[in-house]
Ligand binder design. Structure first.
Ligand code: NIG
Ligand code: FE
Length: 418
């Protein structure tokens, strides 16, 4: 049943249908003792907790609906995790250990480990097993309040294996009860069989993969990085993707400052992600061209890198989103609570900014801000009910989950009480 009446809630939400930039990220709408009515999965009413006449006019006489008393609890829009690689085969704990002993992420990649080792394991796995593994991770994400998740391909790196990954993402979308946004990331690395022939691999993506995957993926993404896909290859590939109707995302300026942010802005990308080493010009370009700056603090933490300059970006007028980057290599974590704590403690983001980053700006990074990311009539009935009545509990409760209930399109998809 997707009819739901939430009453006596402290509703905290950003407002609007687009990314929120700069100092506006601090502005949240608060309704004390609030009510939310969700009919057929869509929010129909948000207001005070005495909506009796609205209940009958919205649900109709005799209609059935579930009721949740949220007294003493904050209700937020469902979290949008706008950057994950949660479909994959195998794990890389040895690589993590090598990194702790001092080896760098890129040097492991250069000697054939890293992404390539997940590519080998993913090619060996059936589509059904890929889906089964991802479902387990998905359940955890939902328990931390995630109601929309972007999922990338990029561990296939040949036509059939990328097709298998995108099909698995499609099956995951059909099976799980939250929104899944599929992204094609054929340009995640140059596969071993094309080593030294980057430009030929780019040709393969442009000529064979992009035209065939247009229906299965809404976005095209690329790892724009020194020694992987540098600026000219990235520009060529992403221009071709845009011409075929893909929306663009970039892994930009993650390991070194290469100008990925500037390229994302030049090509009108929806988001530029990572940005640990973004230049001042890059920050300016993202702010001016309305490219969402998606920051991934769990990855910086797991790689022992400096965090992205979130404060500088927000102060420069960027729209910042936060996402997990959940993947088997650089960041095997999808911990929303830890991400929130890192963003507040080390990136100097306020709790209000973090909420905006994880809701409306995440939705904008998925081109879904017209439907997701705020608690307003007409939007999908996606909300998170916290255990507490105060948003300051979110970073204070370091790394611990304080989600009581997750609601996606009016359905309770997680409840810590059950
Ligand atoms: O976003 N840097 C490129 N891609 C992923 C890591 C993928 C992996 O290590 O398997 C990232 O960090
Ligand atoms: Fe990533």
């Amino acid at each position: 049943m997707s009819n739901l009446y939430i009453k006596h809630a402290t509703i905290v939400t950003p407002l609007g249908n687009e990314a929120v930039k700069g100092e506006d990220m601090r502005r949240l709408n608060v309704i004390e003792d609030g009510a939310i009515l969700i009919r057929d999965g869509v929010i129909r009413y948000v207001g005070n907790s005495n909506p009796l006449r609205h209940i009958y006019s919205i649900f109709g006489h005799g209609a059935t609906f579930r009721e949740i008393d949220a007294k003493g609890r904050v209700v937020l829009p469902g979290f949008v995790d706008s950057h994950t690689h949660m479909v994959f085969g195998g794990f890389r704990p040895d690589e993590f250990r090598w990194r702790l002993q001092g080896e760098s992420y890129m040097s492991i990649m250069e000697r054939g480990g890293g992404i390539q080792s997940t590519v080998n394991a993913t090619r060996d796995l059936s589509g059904a097993d890929l889906v089964k593994n991802a479902e387990r991770l998905m359940d955890r994400m939902i328990s931390m309040g995630v109601t929309t998740v972007e999922v990338k391909s990029g561990y296939g790196l040949d036509f059939n294996s990328e097709a298998k990954m995108l099909a698995a993402i499609g099956q995951l979308a059909a099976k799980c009860r939250i929104e899944v946004v599929p992204t094609f990331l054929g340009a995640h690395a140059v596969p071993a069989e094309y080593k030294g022939r980057t430009s030929e691999y780019v040709d393969l993506i442009i000529e064979k993969m992009l035209p065939k995957f247009r229906k299965a993926a809404r976005f095209c993404d690329i790892f724009t990085e020194k020694g992987v896909f540098e600026i000219e290859d990235s520009r060529r590939l992403m221009k071709a993707a845009a011409a075929m109707g893909y929306k663009l995302k970039f892994h930009a300026d993650e390991i070194v400052q290469l100008g990925g942010a500037e390229l994302a802005a030049e090509l009108g990308a929806v988001s530029a992600d990572h940005l640990l080493h973004v230049s001042n010009e890059g920050i300016r370009a993202l702010a001016d061209r309305n490219v969402v700056a998606t920051l991934l603090p769990l990855t910086a933490f797991a790689l022992k890198e400096e965090f992205a300059p979130a404060r500088k970006m927000i102060d420069a007028g960027c729209a910042v989103a936060l996402a997990s980057d959940l993947n088997p290599g650089s960041c095997f974590s999808g911990s929303i609570p830890l991400m929130i704590a890192l963003a507040c403690i080390y990136m100097n983001m306020s709790v209000e900014e973090v909420i905006t980053a994880l809701t409306i700006n995440g939705a904008a990074a998925c081109c879904l801000a017209d439907r997701k990311g705020s608690i307003q009539p007409g939007k999908d009935g996606d909300v998170v009910i916290l255990d507490f009545d105060n948003i300051n509990m979110l970073p204070y409760y370091v790394g611990m989950n304080c989600v009581r209930t997750t609601v996606a399109k009016g359905n309770v998809v997680y409840d810590s009480n059950l």
